[in-house]
Write a protein of this length. Structure first.
Ligand SMILES: Nc1ccc2ncsc2c1
Length: 247
């Protein structure tokens, strides 16, 4: 997968040189390219923003640098055609399902907005030649799209074949489609079996895989009910069997 990130803070993405994603880049599974938006400004101050039409606080990112940046990064007739991701608090809530779908794409381009956002004509212009998605990672205040892009790039990249090591699996993750649909993970334990007076639940030492799976699902249901009751309420009735309802 190719991922292009356009930002005024390329150094923000140094973490993508580390750990699993760093290894995936070195092995060629991931081709992540960073672009400084200011490369497409033409004034001595490399201006990327201006005051909003209609007045109001803050600044809006100018369309011209973005238009030229997307032209340069994507080209006139790209093959394959990339999907443009616009991280924005106004976007569709980003979920693991989005990550699973985006992990199947050959090429993603992330446009990291700052200030009050990017001139809305940029998305309209881009949509004339590629799919565009506005995605939000949550309802809180960030300074820009860079943190959100890091979250989405990590969530998508770890689903690519070969990125997770043998000791890790995406299948049992919280929110993993299929097995853990819409349930958060329950508690996890490792050695020692007793620590500061706390014993590991005996079922996990039993070697009885059926009982372990059942216990893990029970604990996932309990934790979901405690921390994320809205996830249970929205689950399709057939996702919870009779045994689940007894938990
Ligand atoms: N403030 C804020 C909140 C969520 C979000 N998602 C993508 S960019 C962004 C910015």
């Amino acid at each position: 997968m190719r991922i292009d990130i356009i930002t005024i803070f390329p150094d923000y993405f140094t973490p993508l040189e580390l750990s699993l994603i760093g290894k995936a880049r070195k092995s060629g599974i991931l081709d992540i390219r960073l672009h400084d938006l200011r490369s497409w400004t033409h004034d001595r101050h490399h201006t990327v923003d201006d005051t909003p039409y209609g007045g109001g606080p803050g600044m809006v990112m100018k369309p011209q640098p973005w238009g030229e940046a997307l032209d340069a990064v994507v080209g006139a007739a790209p093959d394959p055609v990339p999907r443009l991701i616009l991280p924005t608090p106004s976007g569709v809530p980003f979920t693991q399902r989005h990550a699973a779908r985006l992990a199947g794409e050959p090429w993603l381009v992330f446009a990291c907005g700052r200030y009050e956002g990017i001139d809305s004509r940029v998305a309209v212009d881009a949509a004339r030649r590629m799919p565009v998605e506005e995605l939000s990672i949550g309802d809180y205040v960030l300074a820009g799209g860079e943190s959100a892009t890091l979250v989405m790039v990590e969530t998508v990249s770890r689903l690519l074949p070969g990125v997770l090591g043998n000791t890790e699996s995406a299948e049992q993750d919280s929110f993993a489609p299929g097995v853990m649909d819409d349930l958060v993970e329950g508690p996890v334990y490792t050695k020692p079996a007793e620590w500061r007076g706390q014993e590991v639940p005996p079922v996990l030492l039993s070697g009885h895989h059926g009982a372990v799976d059942r216990w893990r699902r029970d604990e996932a249901l309990r934790r979901t009910a405690r921390n994320r009751p809205e996830l249970l309420r929205r689950m399709a009735p057939d996702r919870l069997d009779r045994r689940d309802r007894e938990v």
